[in-house]
Ligand binder design. Structure first.
Ligand code: PAZ
Length: 344
């Protein structure tokens, strides 16, 4: 996640073509926050809640309450890109490149590490387990027998392994989807607030690629923009910096990991450190657009030396995913955070 819950390259699409714990209290007074950081309140006043919001928040709340009773860890994983509508009756919107690979892969490794997972993802982006089937047709996997339909011989081993994993973890996985930036922010705020009950058992892993720019509802045309009006000039506003209230107000005791995407390697470490210094959360994971599947840089607020995770060619060839190493690494950091909270 970038600072405003992320800065990402944007692409203009036409929707028809796209698919005994020491708890800090959340009392940071608004008056102490910079004016910039107050804008988040206005954002929620101006943009209405998404459809099915209350039902989704109820599901999220149940997961958090059950986990709190059983003292289980919960990871909120955000995944995929957000849309920025150009019209209230949305025909066109601004989007970004993220397919949700990072988030969906990470969800599987968090589940294997013993976490309950709330997977807040862009609708139709990659999802845990089913992501392994994307790009293949179900009709190439199944075969028709005289009496029934079965998985073809050459897919049996893979499908068995995948289905077994899915069956094992599905009760620990809650999937909630969003489309627009505003839907995403509403759900993020509500989830983080519900996770407060978990104290330091909560981990937020903000991998979604969230737009830094948007058109406020008050400036958005109601109907489809007509080409008869001539060339289109867009003026986008900055999205308020949501990491500030997230860290200080919504989830003050959670272990918070954000992502920082860059295209210029020379900026990566500095930008990741700047984000930590500004928002005082726990870890920023820097990654570069073209090497994000093989290289990340972890910057921890308790350790001035960043740590690199890099996949070797042989690891990559043998199917190892960088997310397995990221989650293994974060689990240790979360363990330490939890232990220190306990005795703190
Ligand atoms: O979804 P994906 O696997 O294609 O990409 C993942 C990512 C690059 C969006 C993620 O690792 C990330 O950096 N998220 C934050 C993006 C940002 O700074 O805007």
């Amino acid at each position: 996640m970038p600072d405003s819950l992320q800065e990402t390259p944007t692409i203009l699409h036409n929707s028809s073509t796209l698919h005994g714990h020491q708890l800090e209290t959340s009392t940071a007074p608004y008056t102490e926050m910079a004016q910039d950081d107050l804008n988040w309140k206005t954002f929620f006043e101006e943009n209405s809640k998404p459809n099915h919001f209350d039902e989704n928040v109820k599901l999220i709340s149940e997961v958090c309450q059950q986990a709190a009773i059983k003292k289980l860890r919960v990871a909120l994983i955000t995944s995929g890109g957000t849309t920025v509508p150009l019209e209230k009756n949305t025909v066109r919107f601004i989007d970004n490149f993220s397919a949700g690979t990072r988030g969906s892969a990470s969800a599987e490794y968090f589940l294997e590490a013993g976490y309950q997972v709330i997977f807040l993802h862009r609708s139709k982006s990659l999802e845990p387990y089913s992501r392994h089937l994307v790009g293949r047709s179900i009709f190439d996997i199944i075969e028709i027998c005289p009496e029934n339909i079965i998985v073809g011989e050459k897919h049996q081993a893979e499908m068995r392994k995948l289905t077994e994993k899915y069956q094992r973890y599905k009760s620990s996985l809650l999937m909630i989807s969003f489309n627009s930036l505003s839907d995403y922010l509403w759900l993020l705020q509500a989830t983080a607030q519900k996770m407060q009950i978990l104290g330091p058992l909560a981990l937020l892993y903000l991998a979604a690629a969230v737009s830094d720019f948007y058109i406020p509802a008050s400036q958005m045309p109601c109907h489809k923009i007509q080409s008869s009006g001539g060339p289109l000039s867009l003026s986008l506003q900055l999205v308020p910096k949501m990491l500030a209230p997230l860290v200080t107000l919504w989830a003050p005791n959670a272990f918070i990991v954000s992502f920082k995407l860059e295209t210029n390697e020379a900026l990566l470490e500095t930008k990741a450190k700047e984000s930590l210094e500004k928002y005082h959360h726990h870890v920023v994971i820097g990654n570069l657009l073209h090497s994000r599947k093989v290289y990340v840089l972890l910057v921890d607020r308790n350790n001035s030396a960043p740590e690199e995770i890099r996949l070797s060619d042989s690891e990559l060839e043998s199917g190892i995913e960088i997310e397995s190493k990221i989650i293994e690494n974060l689990k240790i950091r979360h363990d330490n955070y939890y232990a220190n909270h306990k005795t703190g």
